[in-house]
Ligand binder design. Sequence first.
Ligand SMILES: Nc1ncnc2c1ncn2[C@@H]1O[C@H](COP(=O)(O)OP(=O)(O)O)[C@@H](O)[C@H]1O
Ligand SMILES: Nc1ccn([C@H]2C[C@H](O)[C@@H](COP(=O)(O)OP(=O)(O)O)O2)c(=O)n1
Length: 222
Amino acid sequence: MSGLVVAMDGPSGSGKSSASRGVARALGLRYLDTGAMYRAVTWWMLQRGVNLEDSAAVAARSAEPVLVMSTDPDAPGVTVDGVDVNGPIRGPEVTGAVSAVSAVPEVRHRLVTLQREIIAESLPGGGIVVEGRDIGTVVAPDAPVKIYLTADAEARALRRTAELDGTTVEAQKSAMARRDALDSTRKADPLAKAADAVELDTTPLDLDEVIAEVLRLVKERA
Ligand SMILES: Nc1ncnc2c1ncn2[C@@H]1O[C@H](COP(=O)(O)OP(=O)(O)O)[C@@H](O)[C@H]1O
Ligand SMILES: Nc1ccn([C@H]2C[C@H](O)[C@@H](COP(=O)(O)OP(=O)(O)O)O2)c(=O)n1
């Protein structure tokens, strides 16, 4: 029995996680947050004192962290070497370092392999909504539904600021612009819209409207 894969890509704050979880819930699918995987590896590298400026040092240890993902859209999460890291991976230290770690080809190769295994395991149960930066282009290029979410920089910064303590819209805007630039220009698997992805600008939409539009696209395409 074949299942459905919905690929959801886009920059930080475009609404990927919220929309993907909502769509997975509505369709009874699993949900995979690939950004949490890059964040968890980054947390592990920082814990071990690996010099993140040295891509060879990151590559040399990239096979060590053992990640276990929860794909329940009501309780998503990640453990690394058995440690629940769902709090720390959202902190400023990991957020500031994750682009450097995710630019290392060995890290990407390992995580893309793991992501494809998780996708394959979900198919007999109906399928999965997978969100990240390279899902429609690299991880699941055959996904029948590919969405590229965007929102303008001000809206994305406002959304992130509302989630985090002790930050301002301006600080978020510049941190997000820096991360977008690093994620977009890396050689391996850059943030890019797949040619066959549908672009959805979420700036004027609330979350329910975004979910409804994605569900409409799933109905039309899958
Ligand atoms: N369409 C929307 N309108 C307003 N706020 C939104 C919308 N989509 C998501 N949000 C809020 O914006 C924040 C970032 O959304 P998230 O789904 O984490 O984005 P991403 O995964 O792309 O970084 C969250 O607090 C979320 O509740
Ligand atoms: N498929 C993916 C997912 C995330 N990444 C990288 C790039 C991002 O800056 C970080 C963190 O991703 P995450 O989706 O958690 O970021 P946001 O929640 O959107 O701020 O990981 C990636 O390179 N490839």
